[in-house]
Design a protein around this ligand. Structure first.
Ligand code: ZN
Length: 200
């Protein structure tokens, strides 16, 4: 970590262009809490209660999330990943063995996709080889452990890439989501640590 964080920071500063996606601006407003009548679903952090992890890449960040409403949680291999929301498992890939910061590794990224009751889906990426603890068709509860994190696919360091998308106007669109954290309900930001517990 001592080495990786400065490298990521450097990469995010040196690539100067930012996303023109209108969602990017919206995310900023949501993170600042300016939008007061938010009725969107409150997700659980995708790891066990009592645990704390750092977001090393936030929404639309300049490194590999330039056009992605996705979050990267820094986690060492084998960390238990839990479902951020209940649903049915629609996709599992766990046969990937390779990972690194090369495009050719992209297809090796092990992942789990869960479809929620409202039709939206969440993806959990870069799981370790054979790191899925659920099967396609399984119904999972919110908070249920579903897999083990890793570094398969397009990844510089072991982490969990989490994203939610939903269908709108005939297209799938990635959406930022809010989470229950120990400090209340938040839209997560890059570089911050988040503790999975209810506020006291
Ligand atoms: Zn990512």
């Amino acid at each position: 970590m001592k080495f990786i964080l400065p490298v990521l920071l450097l990469l995010s500063i040196t690539s100067c262009s930012v996303s023109k996606n209108p969602l990017r601006k919206q995310v900023k407003l949501l993170q600042k809490g300016i939008n007061k009548d938010d009725t969107s679903y409150v997700y659980a952090l995708p790891y066990e209660e009592g645990k704390t992890f750092r977001v090393i890449q936030g929404y639309f960040s300049r490194f590999t999330h330039k056009e992605r409403a996705a979050l990267d949680f820094n986690m060492k291999r084998g960390t238990k990943i839990s479902a951020a929301r209940e649903g049915v498992v629609t996709r599992v890939k766990e046969d990937g063995t390779k990972g690194g910061l090369k495009k050719k590794y992209r297809p090796d990224g092990n992942n789990i996709v869960i479809q929620h009751p409202d039709g939206s889906r969440a993806g959990y990426w870069h799981l370790q080889h054979n790191g899925a603890l659920v099967n396609v068709g399984d119904t999972v509860k919110k908070g249920q452990v579903i897999g083990l994190s890793g570094k398969t696919g397009y990844a510089m360091t072991p982490h969990l890439h989490f994203l939610v998308w939903r269908s709108g106007g005939g297209q799938w669109q990635q959406v930022p989501t809010r989470f229950q954290t120990s400090k209340g309900i938040k839209y997560l930001k890059g570089w911050r640590k988040y503790h999975n517990s209810k506020p006291e």
